[in-house]
Design a protein around this ligand. Structure first.
Ligand SMILES: Cc1ncc(COP(=O)(O)O)c(C=O)c1O
Length: 401
């Protein structure tokens, strides 16, 4: 339609949303569908956080606009979090709060992209990174990180991808969609490369920081290489670890001029995130953290279950990731086969379409995240349902000829 903007032609709709829509339609038609597509915990928001929000409403603290990029109380809680958990010193003037981590990322790209600017994005990537870069007028530069390299970008790959036009490199550990996490040594190898290229900034998406298993030690680039602190935007949020996806609060710490520019963009779009959600986030960050290890124990059991069961499915190879709540098995061994109904599996998109059709299990194809043939399973779902879904996937794979 001629009326719509040119920039819209550069982007595509979210594949994860498309899968959810399809699963919902099948469910509405009476099919028994198990959705393993969701990127959110199945646990409810902890009670102390809910109570803090109710109190804020009752005390009249939720009725009015707040400072555009965050309440002083929330910024103070974020400063304390960065110090306590990451050993990073930020002033409140270096903190921004947006309507979810997604909004903060969007502000960062809108505030920095000029035509031709490049952003290095390791694949498999969270679907929104390249699309946001494109919307902001920049150019995503995709670096493919195979299953063999643990889905992690190497120093050599990073060095090769950097050009005079590179503005940002995006890092996401633990990763959506693979669950892979960078060790301190992995990050150091990358930051060593970045020390040779002072024009490149780091956007580290630490959204899954707390969701790591088997004593994995989370670290973030500005902590590993303090000399990169000035050109790092450290992004985080309460959505995943605090079971608050619906509340829409994300935040970042970074250089003051960048933070100010991001606030300017936000001031002309959403204004502040909902005041009630900000008060809830203050409690999330300052309050008890004991539910996190409890949830992680359950997530780890589910991860082990899924890795073991999918590892036994014919034609699948399922690596064991360090964190998040995703696994990213390869389905290369199923390509070229056909279902009993005679449907050919030529791509991972065919695999997930036929799996949904035949067994009612909704997953997202890997090529939507920039690496196929594979698919993403979210195990943030009831354990019994998860077991049943894995049995169905085993049966589906076993029936391919
Ligand atoms: C890697 C990654 N970053 C950022 C986000 C955005 O989180 P939020 O819900 O806070 O916008 C997500 C959500 O799926 C994610 O997976």
């Amino acid at each position: 339609m001629a009326f719509l903007s040119e920039s819209l032609k550069r982007v595509k709709p979210s594949a994860t949303v498309a899968v959810s829509d399809k699963a919902r339609a099948l469910k509405a038609a009476g099919r028994n569908v198990i959705g393993l597509g969701a990127g959110e915990p199945d646990f409810d928001t902890p009670d102390n956080i809910k109570q803090a929000a109710i109190k804020a409403i009752q005390e009249g603290r939720a009725a009015k606009y707040t400072i555009v990029d965050g309440l002083p109380e929330l910024k103070a809680a974020i400063v304390a979090k960065f110090k306590r958990e990451n050993g990073l010193d930020y002033k409140t003037s270096q903190i921004t709060v947006g309507v979810g981590g997604k909004h903060v990322l969007f502000n960062a790209f809108m505030a920095t992209m000029n035509p031709g600017d490049e952003v290095i994005i390791p694949a498999p990537y969270w679907v929104s990174y390249p699309e946001m870069v494109l919307l902001a007028g920049g150019e995503p530069v995709i670096v493919t990180c195979s299953q063999a390299s643990g889905f992690k970008m190497t120093a050599e790959q990073l060095d090769k991808a950097i050009t005079p036009k590179t503005k940002w490199v995006v890092l996401n550990s633990p990763s959506n969609p693979t669950g892979a996490a960078y060790t301190r040594a992995d990050i150091k190898a990358l930051t060593d490369v970045l020390m040779k290229h002072p024009h490149v900034w780091v956007l580290t998406d630490d959204m899954y920081e707390h969701l790591v298993y088997d004593d994995f030690e989370f670290t973030t680039p500005a902590q590993v290489e303090p000399r990169l602190y000035e050109r790092t935007l450290t992004l985080n949020g309460v959505s995943k670890a605090y079971c608050m996806t619906g509340w829409r609060i994300g935040y970042a710490g970074g250089a003051e001029p960048l933070i100010k520019a991001m606030a300017m963009i936000q001031s002309q779009s959403t204004t502040n995130p909902a005041a009630v959600s900000q008060w809830a986030a203050v409690e999330a960050l300052n309050g008890p953290q004991d539910f996190i290890p409890k949830h992680n124990k359950i997530f780890k059991e589910r991860r082990d279950l899924v890795v073991s069961m999918l590892g036994q499915a014919k034609g699948l190879v399922c690596p064991k990731p360090e964190g998040a709540f995703y696994v990213f098995p390869s389905c290369a061994g199923t390509i070229g086969k056909a279902t009993p109904a005679g449907k050919k599996i030529a791509t991972d998109e065919d695999f997930v379409t036929e799996l949904l059709e035949a067994e009612g299990v909704a997953v997202v194809h890997g090529s939507a995240f920039g690496l196929g043939p594979a698919f993403r399973v979210s195990y943030a779902t009831d354990t019994n349902l998860l077991r049943e879904a894995c049995e169905r996937i085993q049966r589906f794979c076993g029936n391919l000829r």
